[in-house]
Design a protein around this ligand. Structure first.
Ligand code: PLP
Length: 353
């Protein structure tokens, strides 16, 4: 499919690279492609970034039939622009689509669309250390209809946002509140799909955590509220007595691409990495006998996020004296090094434009 390009006639001023934050600024263009049963996915276009007109009865507004993705483009010191495992994101679109009854996309074409859009707006990719261009592909159901069924028509849109360094002063460990009342997802539900509904379900617990001074929630399983799931936009890893353990992909957690990359990198160092069910009690017991070496989250936004404190039902534990552990630091340096072209990519993770 040929991507038709209509360039903006009024380019916007670029934001100050030192104050980008996350998801606040958007580039000059966006990618849009429509779906209807007769034509399939058709008319891929890049157009000036602008509001989209939708019927108020469009199904997305009523029943949440939508999916999204998140990845980044990096401006590297060698002059190249790198993407990190974009085909994995596009394959995950199809996993989410399947669960949400949205028609499959051509994953390779999705990567082409990302590359074409990023190339057109490449002047927006910031260059300060730690900054990048966040890429947000998403699909929404557009039938103007209030009955409950899958939509027949959809829009696939990609927008771009220059984002700042997640860590302004080094990798600061985060504090997590272990949530014992609210749940994010259950097995058989939509937890493994990257879909807005999971985020809607998480907001209330997130607000509660913020009020108590915690930056994020650590979710437990939706049935017994005993086993550790994930952090909601990050997967979670523990280093217990030298071994790395992370919750297995059980159907209610998201299969993070940073999670998979981290497992590959950790194994390449000869570390033992086990994906299995982990109870919150086991973590507290490991801590009590001095065996909980490290805790860290993995996700596109922060890459690696060390965890310095957990609070489960009022019982607080401090991990690694609240400082980043050596494994998390080395993993962060390696993955961000590969993304920025400073560390040789022996894993084949990166794609240049
Ligand atoms: C996106 C996301 C992650 C992290 O996935 P990455 O591919 O590593 O960015 C983890 N959990 C949830 C619920 C997510 O939506």
């Amino acid at each position: 499919m040929e991507i038709k390009i209509t360039k903006t006639t009024s380019p916007k001023a670029k934001p100050d690279q030192n104050n980008l934050g996350f998801g606040t600024y958007f580039t000059d263009h966006m990618f849009v492609m429509d779906y209807c049963p007769e034509k399939g996915w058709h008319d891929p276009e890049i157009v000036p970034y602008a509001p989209i007109a939708l019927d108020p009865s469009a199904m997305i507004f009523h029943y949440g039939q939508a999916i999204f993705e998140g990845l980044k483009a990096y401006r590297c010191d060698d002059g190249k622009i790198r993407l990190f495992r974009p085909i994995n994101n596009m394959n995950r679109v199809n996993i989410s689509n399947d669960r949400l009854c949205i028609p499959q996309i051509d994953a390779e074409f999705g990567v082409e669309a990302i590359k074409t859009l990023v190339e057109l707006d490449k002047d927006w990719i910031p260059s300060n250390p730690g900054t990048s261009l966040y890429i947000r592909p998403f699909i929404i159901a557009t039938d103007p209809f209030l009955g409950v069924r899958p939509s027949a028509t959809y829009k696939f849109i990609i927008i771009l946002s220059p984002v700042g360094s997640y860590y302004k002063e080094g990798l600061n460990p985060v504090k997590l509140l272990v949530e014992k009342d609210y749940v994010r997802a259950v097995k058989g539900g939509i937890g493994y799909a990257k879909t807005p509904g999971n985020y809607a379900a998480s907001l209330k617990a997130g607000e509660k955590a913020h009020e108590l001074g915690y930056s994020q929630v650590l979710w437990l399983d939706g049935v017994e509220k005993k086993y550790i799931e994930e952090v909601g936009a990050m997967n979670i890893f523990f280093k217990i007595d030298g071994e790395i353990v992370t919750p297995e992909l059980n159907g209610s957690i998201l299969a993070g691409i940073t999670r998979d990359s981290s497992i590959q990198v950790l194994k390449s160092w000869g570390l033992k990495v086990t994906e299995r069910r982990i109870s919150i009690d086991e973590i507290y017991e490991a801590h009590a006998c001095g065996k909980l070496d490290e805790v860290f989250g993995t996700g596109t936004a922060a890459v690696i996020s060390p965890v310095g404190e957990l609070n489960y039902d009022g019982n607080k534990i401090v991990i690694g004296e609240g400082k980043i552990g050596e494994t998390a630091q080395k993993l962060y340096d390696t993955i961000t090094g590969i993304q920025s072209g400073k560390v040789e990519d022996t894993f084949g993770f990166t794609v240049t434009l």
